[in-house]
Design a protein around this ligand. Structure first.
Ligand code: SF4
Length: 400
């Protein structure tokens, strides 16, 4: 029997609507939106970006997880790992009884056909999906449509003999899943580039050739097995993790296009180079909105809320840090006091993220009053967390 796979909800939307509202809604955030995205309190003027927080993909994934828990109340329900990169949401799901296969105490081998497995918004690799299918688990697939769109194009590249060049983070779940799609066709291959520096190295190899061993040493786990840069960079198709910085993805696409043109000539480009925009609209809207916020308001401090491992949140923080003092915080408690904050420092391009740990800063709020604060949040941050950040900030500034 093929396993049961739910991809369009579980007919329990109305049944879980109350719980979702209770866990994630914020009347304060609603009020700020009504007040032209501005909040004023003694000592504080706060401007909220016009697009922020939960995206359509995350909204749907969390909704399906709640539906799954309720529909399969008598069965074990698992997530493969974090459903989205937000500690608050993952903690809520744990409290509801959903278990995480990524925990050391759990294992895929222990799954049975009676179990339910929820696949996260950023998808799982082809290999992982096949394992769950072979066990016969019931699957609740919350993979976002924007991610599926990337997969469709990467699969097409592989089918047509193009190597997928993916702008993304090689250890990110979404990029691993996307790369695995390139291997579903015979001869399919991929290369993952993190940033402009890595793209420049690959472009240099396209233009001038080089030592394949040195290339493979540099790109390590970022290429498919048996990758040969001399053979596999002759026909390439660009794709990206949906949550990357759009300006950088476009630039990297142009870098590869120019390298292919230099190597093979303009006339050969249609046979050698393909690209399509795979930044999802929600990511783009949040990046555009924060740029507009920075353009429109003089700010003393920018607060960006979201999990430290949330790619789109990190990119929002990167954008802000170029213009104003920026603090990327994971939760309201990071605002320790008016004099102290815990935050994740913005990471310059090329520095592996796992090397960055949370920092503390004293004197993060300027002495001027009112303090002018900008606020945004990544696509996996619920409104109640954003509302709590505002409340805490107002509380500090109300103190004499
Ligand atoms: S950030 Fe984009 S791709 Fe990711 S879940 Fe949200 S809408 Fe989907």
């Amino acid at each position: 029997m093929p396993p049961l796979i739910f991809r369009k909800g579980l007919d329990m939307k109305a049944a879980v609507a109350g719980a979702l509202a209770e866990d994630y809604h914020s009347t304060l955030v609603d009020r700020i939106k009504q007040d032209d995205y501005t909040y004023t309190a003694p000592g504080l003027v706060l401007h909220l970006a016009r697009e922020f927080g939960f995206c359509y993909g995350v909204d749907r994934a969390v909704d399906y997880a709640y539906q799954a828990r309720q529909r399969f109340a008598g069965r074990r329900v698992f997530l493969t790992g974090e459903i989205i990169h937000n500690p608050h949401v993952n903690a809520k799901l744990r409290t509801s009884g959903i278990r995480f296969l990524s925990d050391a105490s759990e294992s895929v081998e222990a799954l049975t056909p009676d179990d339910v497995v929820i696949l996260p918004a950023f998808g799982v690799s082809v290999g992982d999906l096949e394992r769950f299918v072979s066990i016969g688990c019931t699957l609740v697939d919350t993979t976002c449509g924007s991610v599926l769109n990337v997969w469709k194009n990467v699969t097409r590249y592989a089918r047509d003999g193009f190597t997928a060049v993916i702008h993304g983070k090689v250890h990110h779940e979404e990029t691993r899943a996307t790369a695995s799609q390139a291997l579903t066709c015979p001869g399919g291959r991929y290369l993952v580039v993190l940033d402009r520096d890595e793209a420049a190295l690959a472009c240099d190899h396209i233009r001038h050739g080089g030592d394949p061993a040195a290339f493979l040493h540099r790109f390590g786990q970022a290429v498919s097995e048996g990758f040969d840069p001399d053979r596999d960079l002759q026909r390439i198709g660009l794709a990206n993790q949906t949550t990357m910085l759009m300006s950088e993805s476009l630039e990297i696409g142009e870098m590869f296009r120019a390298a292919m043109r230099d190597r093979y000539g303009e006339a050969a480009l249609p046979d050698r180079y393909r690209a399509f925009d795979t930044i999802c609209s929600a990511t783009q809207e949040r990046q555009d909105a924060v740029i507009a916020l920075l353009d429109q308001h003089e700010l003393d401090v920018m607060i960006v809320v979201g999990g430290y491992n949330s790619s789109n949140t990190c990119n929002l923080a990167n954008i802000c840090a170029e213009r104003v003092a920026t603090y990327h915080i994971a939760e309201p408690a990071c605002l320790v006091s008016a004099g102290e904050i815990r935050y994740r420092p913005v990471v310059p391009h090329g520095v592996p993220r796992q090397k960055v740990s949370e920092a503390r800063a004293a004197g993060w709020l300027p002495s001027r009053r009112p303090v002018r604060v900008g606020l945004t949040a990544g696509a996996s941050t619920p409104n109640n967390i954003i509302g709590e950040v505002v409340r805490r900030m107002a509380g500090f500034l109300a103190e004499p």
